[in-house]
Design a protein around this ligand. Structure first.
Ligand code: ZN
Length: 199
């Protein structure tokens, strides 16, 4: 997921490489990711490289499909967006935790459960669909279960930007893009741009 509100003051991380972000309509964006069952040095390096690539492109999240690998792996950092602009909240075992203790975050094999029936429509953008932005309706609060790079499992509740970002990225891991979740009117207004991207 990309955001115009990120600050650009990222210092390059040692040992991290910049990867190329795959653009729509590349077929890998439609591939379902394979579960990551073993945390190898290659997976650790990939997560590092993806974070670097995400920061470089002013993203708040990046999924493995977006760098050409259909894997259940995503990186996020919602703390680079001012909480005054787009606040996020995170709870573990019912207690609110400090976002900065958890960001940046690499999630493997994430699973999402909506915690509200209500859906909130908010504009989203995506690094694989430059110049495309439109409202996507999603539950504002979700429960997330995932594996972490340290081999542990995590279960947390997310609200605000974090909830939106984790849903956007988990969609990528299943080959789903924001254009699939926009209503007909929004999609119709973007049809010309999407067509140009396909040619
Ligand atoms: Zn995206």
């Amino acid at each position: 997921m990309s955001s115009k509100e990120t600050d650009s003051g990222h210092t390059p991380t040692e040992g991290a490489r910049l990867l190329e972000v795959v653009q729509y309509p590349h077929p890998v964006l439609r591939a379902k990711g394979k579960p990551v069952t073993e945390i190898t040095p290659e997976i650790e390096q990939l997560a590092k490289d993806m974070l670097e690539t995400m920061y470089e492109n002013h993203g708040v999240g990046l999924a493995a499909q977006q760098i050409g690998l259909p894997l259940q792996l995503t990186v996020m950092d919602v703390s680079i967006v001012s909480p005054n602009e787009r606040p996020s909240q995170m709870w573990i075992d019912g207690k609110e935790v400090a976002l900065e203790d958890w960001m940046p975050m690499t999630l493997l094999n994430p699973e999402i459960e909506p915690l509200t029936k209500e859906r909130e429509a908010v504009a989203e953008a995506c690094l694989s669909l430059p110049d495309i932005s439109g409202e996507v309706a999603r539950p504002p609060k979700v429960k997330v279960k995932a594996d972490l790079l340290n081999g542990k499992k995590v279960e947390f509740t997310a609200n605000g930007l974090l909830a939106r970002c984790v849903q956007h990225e988990t969609d990528h891991l299943h080959g789903i893009l924001i254009i699939d979740r926009m209503n007909a009117a929004t999609k119709a207004s973007l049809a010309g741009r999407l067509k140009r991207m396909r040619h």
